[in-house]
Design a protein around this ligand. Structure first.
Ligand code: ADP
Ligand code: ADP
Ligand code: ZN
Length: 220
């Protein structure tokens, strides 16, 4: 399956994409994770994108589209893919269509995780991430076994710089202005699957599997 997951910052895209990647056995490709990895390792790309991300703005389309074009050519994408956090503008969505077209591929569906802004703020400000492996937790909704430490690698959890309240407001504005129009874009293409993202992590995941028509034992 060739899928993407769409929704506000903090809606639960990364959490659901991680679970879907395991269930469907397709790579989870997150532009945010790729950017953060590059910032952490102080690469040329990392240095280019840091200011945008820290201020809650979008990274320019040219950088983002080139990055995704390379990533989609990697052989693991032949079995399908799940894009998370890309596209984020109409221009990126049109570029994605063109890239896939050139590769003779097609997007099957865009999953839209719908979550109201009040819930978003609570989710983002409570988010904590592992400094080592990037796994995501929530101080109330999905806490680690040992406070402040990653269940997988035992390393300390931190709050992302852009998850602090001042930047969150800016990111939500950016989302409503630049990314939300993609809902209509994929609706027009007949590819939109709307999922209510307000339930628990498990119930939202089950709803996504149901709407994709994936049975409990498929792909196991
Ligand atoms: P969230 O999970 O909260 O939605 P992401 O990890 O997807 O956040 O993205 C973090 C930041 O990285 C964004 O606020 C933006 O600055 C940048 N970014 C990620 N994906 C894109 C994209 N497709 N286009 C432009 N900027 C992006
Ligand atoms: P996104 O990738 O859309 O920015 P995340 O997947 O990182 O969002 O989720 C944001 C925060 O909300 C994380 O702390 C995560 O643990 C938590 N979370 C994700 N899905 C749910 C849910 N259905 N109910 C409650 N909390 C959730
Ligand atoms: Zn970890």
């Amino acid at each position: 399956m060739n899928l993407l997951i769409l929704g506000a910052p903090g809606a639960g895209k990364g959490t659901m994409a991680q679970m879907l990647q395991e269930k469907l056995n397709i790579p989870h490709i997150s532009t945010g994770d790729i950017f953060r990895y590059n910032i952490k390792n102080d690469t040329e790309l990392g240095r280019k994108v840091k200011q945008y991300i820290e201020s809650g703005a979008l990274v320019p389309d040219s950088l983002t589209v080139d990055l995704m074009k390379d990533r989609l050519q990697k052989p693991d994408c032949l079995k399908g893919f799940l894009l998370d956090g890309f596209p984020r503008t109409i221009n990126q969505a049109e570029s994605l269509d063109a890239i896939l077209d050139e590769m003779n591929l097609n997007l099957d569906n865009a999953i839209y995780l719908e979550v109201p802004d009040e819930v978003i703020i609570e989710r983002i400000t409570g988010r904590r991430v592992c400094t080592e492996c990037g796994k995501t937790y929530h101080i109330k909704n999905n806490p680690p076994i040992r406070e402040g430490l990653c269940d997988v690698c035992g390393k300390p959890l931190i709050q992302r710089e852009d998850d602090k309240e001042a930047t969150v407001i800016k990111r939500l504005e950016t989302y409503h202005r630049q990314t939300e129009p993609l809902v209509a874009y994929y609706k027009n293409q007949g590819k939109l699957l709307v999922v209510n993202g307000e339930g628990s992590i498990d119930s939202v995941f089950q709803e996504i599997l149901r709407i994709l028509g994936v049975q409990e034992n498929d792909f196991n």
